[in-house]
Design a protein around this ligand. Sequence first.
Ligand SMILES: *[C@@H]1O[C@H](CO)[C@@H](O)[C@H](O)[C@H]1NC(C)=O
Length: 217
Amino acid sequence: METHILLLGLVVVLSSFSLAFSFEPSPLQDFCIADTSSTVKVNGLACKNPMLAQATDFSFSGLHLAGNTSNAVGSRVTPVTAAQIPGLNTLGISMVRLDYAPWGINPPHTHPRATEILTVLEGTIHVGFVTSNPENRLISKVLQKGDVFVFPIGLVHFQRNVGTGNAVAIAALSSQNPGVITIVSAVFKSNPTIPGDVLAKAFQVDKNTVNLIQSRI
Ligand SMILES: *[C@@H]1O[C@H](CO)[C@@H](O)[C@H](O)[C@H]1NC(C)=O
């Protein structure tokens, strides 16, 4: 009898561990390489025949190349998600390379499906995230080469190159498909746009100011 209770306790403890460690659904097989030609809609991507697995299904080349930062924000994200590595499908992880020109920013955004852990390879980067309502506390830090910082899942965060030269970072994300919601784009550049009076009242400005922002981005 006591052994049964002990076993039951063990099962409860183990199952809560597996919940805590696997945010995305746990794989039911060794791997599930995305079959990019499949039109089947599943949570994730349909699997191709595992007997046809190749090393190329699990690899990507090109993260040694700097991203082009000649744009309005002065940064570039090079993603390596399940879209670039079909073998990442169902495995709950991905990565990105981030390049920043001097004073370049990665504008405030969130990843709806992933926590992010970032390490600086070159340069000096000011990073931060904002906690949820009602505190909305900004937690930020200036990172040097080799420093690591975590952006908790779903929270709005940004990076800014505050060094003298270019900056480079690598980040890992806890989803094969983290998703990105760039705040400015979602709020001011949706399709169709959020009604101007909604934005004017939300930001406590007049509609012309809303139009001005919308015309700039
Ligand atoms: C970088 O992007 C800019 C703007 O799109 C473009 O004019 C330029 O040719 C690109 N540079 C390289 C090296 O691809």
